[in-house]
Design a binder for this molecule. Structure first.
Ligand code: NAD
Length: 400
C-alpha cells in the first residue's frame, strides 16, 4: 500500500467554510480544443467546495483510505524541519500545487527513495526539478487544461484593471474621496491598442480569443506556430522574437511555462525593447521576469503597469519588492484556483491516481516527465533542465 503526501495551502483564517457564496458551480461540458474534462470513476466532493486547502484534501481521503493507502496532507513545506521533508523518505507519490509551491528540488527527490510520481494538482510543473525527476525516473504529471481558461479570465481582468486604472480609482472610494482627476490621469481605453502574448498555448490562445471583441490588434510569439486558419480568424500577427513583439505592443502578457529557456526572459535588456508606458501582465510564472528589473521599469516609467498573480519564490517573503512597487495589480497566486477550477483539478488528480493504482495509462496530455524523459505536454511545452534554483527563500515567508 502506498503513502501519498499532499501539500496544500492553509485553510481560511476564520476556519474551513461551512457555507458558500453560491449554491452551484457551473462547469463547461468540454474544453475548447475538444479535450474532455477529468473522468475519474467517482468523486467524493461537491463541486464548488473549497478543495485546494488542507481541510479540503482535494476530496481524496475516502478514496485513498478505502483502498488501504496512507494520505498525509500538510501545508508545511519549507525549511528542513517541514512536514514534507519529514514524510518524504517513504512517500510513493507527492501531490503538489503551484499556488503553494512544494518545491521538489533535486535534494528532495534524491531523499525520497520510494518516490514514483509527482502529481501537480494544477498546471505548471516548474516547481519540480524536472531534470532530477528524469534522472530518478520519477513520473511528473499535471491536470492539463483544468484552469487554463480561469487564468485567461484573470489576464483579461488584469489588463483592463491596469489600462483603466481601476485599482487606484477603487482605493479612492475606500478613502472617502471623489478624486476624478487623480483617477483618470492614468486611465486609457484598451480599444485600438496592440496586445501581444508570449505563447499561444491553452491560456495564450484563450486570451487572444477573449480580447478579440475589444477591437485590439492581436500579436503572438510561440515556438509552435498556430494553424493558419486560427491566425486568419483572429487576425493575428506572428512574431519570431520577443524584441519584434515588444516593440509594437502596448500590452504584453506572458503565458509560457517556466523552464531554463524562458527563465528571466524579461530583464533589464529585454525591457528596453518595450514601448515606453507598456503594460505587462504575467500570470505564468514570477521567475520569467527579473524581479528588480520590473521594479526599476515601473519606477522609471518604462512600464506603466505590471499585474499578475505569480511570484518567486512562493509564498513571497514580506519584503518582496513587488508587494510595494508602483502601479501594480498583484494578487497572491489565485487565478488558477477558483472554486470552479478546484473541482476540475481535484477530479483530474483523482483520475491520475486511479490510472496509477489500476495500472492504466495516464492520459498523454497530462504527462510532463515519464520514463526518464519529457513526455506529453512536457515534450511540447518545456525544455530539459531545472528552474527551482533559489526556492529555499520561500522559508522566509512569515504568516501575517
Ligand atoms: P500550454 O502547454 O497549453 O502552453 C504553453 C505554450 O508555451 C505552448 O504553446 C508552448 O509552445 C509555448 N512555449 C514554451 N516555451 C516557449 C518559448 N521559449 N517561447 C515561446 N513560447 C513557448 O500551457 P497553458 O495551459 O497555456 O499554461 C501555460 C503556463 O501558464 C503554465 O506552464 C504555467 O506556468 C502557467 N499557469 C499559471 C496558472 C496560474 O494559476 N497563475 C495556472 C495555469 C497555468
Amino acid at each position: 500500500m502506498a503513502k501519498i503526501v499532499c501539500v496544500l495551502y492553509d485553510d481560511p483564517m476564520n476556519g474551513y467554510p461551512t457555507s458558500y457564496a453560491r449554491e452551484d458551480c457551473p462547469q463547461p461540458e468540454v474544453y475548447p480544443d475538444g479535450q474532455t474534462l477529468p473522468t475519474p470513476k467517482a468523486i467524493d466532493f461537491k463541486p464548488g467546495a473549497l478543495l485546494g486547502s488542507v481541510s479540503g484534501e482535494l476530496g481524496l481521503r475516502k478514496y485513498l483510505k478505502s483502498n488501504g493507502h496512507t494520505l498525509v496532507v500538510t501545508s508545511s513545506k519549507d525549511g528542513e524541519d517541514s512536514v514534507l521533508d519529514r514524510e518524504l523518505a517513504d512517500a510513493e507519490i507527492v501531490i503538489s500545487q503551484p499556488f503553494w509551491s512544494a518545491y521538489m528540488t533535486a535534494e528532495r527527490i534524491a531523499k525520497a527513495k520510494k518516490l514514483k510520481m509527482i502529481v501537480n494538482a494544477g498546471i505548471g510543473s516548474d516547481h519540480t526539478d524536472l531534470q532530477a525527476a528524469m534522472e530518478h525516473n520519477v513520473t511528473v504529471d499535471e491536470v492539463t487544461y483544468c484552469n487554463s481558461n480561469a487564468v485567461a479570465e484573470h489576464v483579461v481582468m488584469s489588463i483592463l484593471a491596469l489600462v483603466r486604472n481601476f485599482i487606484p480609482s477603487h482605493n479612492w472610494m475606500l478613502k472617502g474621496g471623489w478624486n476624478i482627476a487623480d483617477c483618470v490621469s492614468r486611465s486609457y481605453d484598451l480599444e485600438a491598442m496592440s496586445v501581444g502574448t508570449v505563447a499561444a498555448g491553452r491560456i495564450g490562445l484563450r486570451v487572444l480569443r477573449l480580447l478579440k471583441p475589444f477591437g485590439v490588434k492581436l500579436h503572438y510569439l510561440d515556438r509552435h506556430r498556430l494553424p493558419e486558419a486560427v491566425e486568419q480568424e483572429l487576425n493575428l500577427t506572428y512574431h519570431s522574437s520577443l524584441e519584434s513583439l515588444a516593440k509594437v505592443c502596448d500590452v504584453v502578457t506572458l503565458n509560457c511555462p517556466l523552464h531554463p529557456e524562458t527563465e528571466h526572459m524579461i530583464n533589464a535588456k529585454t525591457l528596453k525593447f518595450f514601448k515606453r508606458g507598456a503594460y505587462l501582465v504575467n500570470t505564468a510564472r514570477g521567475k520569467l521576469c527579473d524581479r528588480d528589473a520590473i521594479v526599476d521599469a515601473l519606477e522609471s516609467g518604462q512600464l506603466a503597469g505590471y499585474a499578475g498573480d505569480v511570484w518567486f519564490p512562493q509564498p513571497a517573503p514580506q519584503d518582496h519588492p513587488w508587494r510595494t512597487m508602483p502601479h501594480h495589480g498583484m494578487t497572491p497566486h489565485i487565478s488558477g484556483t477558483s472554486l470552479s477550477a478546484q473541482a476540475r483539478y481535484a477530479a483530474g488528480t483523482r483520475e491520475i491516481l486511479e490510472c496509477y493504482f489500476e495500472d492504466r495509462p495516464i492520459r498523454n496530455e497530462y504527462l510532463i516527465v515519464q520514463n526518464g524523459q519529457l513526455a506529453g505536454v512536457g515534450a511540447h511545452s518545456y525544455s530539459k533542465g531545472n528552474a527551482t534554483g533559489g526556492s529555499e527563500e520561500a522559508a522566509k515567508f512569515k504568516k501575517a
